[in-house]
Ligand binder design. Sequence first.
Ligand code: THU
Length: 161
Amino acid sequence: MNELKFTSKFILYKNSSELSELDNNLLLKAIEARNNAYAPYSKFCVGVALLLDNGSIIQGNNQENAAYPSGMCAERVAIWNAASQFPDVIIEKIFISAKSENKVVDKPVSPCGACRQTIAEYEVKQVQEIEILFTGETGKIIKAYSISDLLPLAFDNSFLK
Ligand code: THU
C-alpha cells in the first residue's frame, strides 16, 4: 500500500491593486458581467470573464430559474458562450467575481464542483492549462494555474477510450 499525496499551488493577492493590468481588466469585465446576473432567488450574483488566445474577452453570469435546478452557474454560461462562438480558440484565463445582496462577500468564491469539471473538460480539449482567478466583492483574490489544483484525480475522456 502506498500513500498518494497531492499538493496544490495558489497565488494569493491581498486585493486587486496587486493584479497585473491584464488581470485587472479581466476582473472589471467579470464585475460588469456580475452586474447583469439573473439571481432573483439566491441574490448571489456571479460574473465571469474569460480571456481567449485570440484576444477576445467572453463574459457570463449566473442565470437562475423558478424551477431551481434549471438555473446555471456563471462559469458554465461563460465557457459555453466562448465554446459556441469560438470552438477552436484556447481559453487562457477565467476570472470569477461574486457579490451577494445578503452580505458582503469578502472572501474568494471558488467554482462549484460541476464548474470545475467543465473547466477540466476544456483543459483536456485544448491541451493547455487555464488560469483560474476568483474573488468575492472585496478583499483577497486567489489564482490557480490549472484546474488540476482545484480538482485532482478528475474524470476525463481517457476513461472512455
Ligand atoms: N453559482 C455560480 O454561478 N457559480 C458557482 O461556482 C457557484 C454558484 C451561482 C448558482 C446560483 O445561481 C447562485 O450562485 C447560488 O448558488
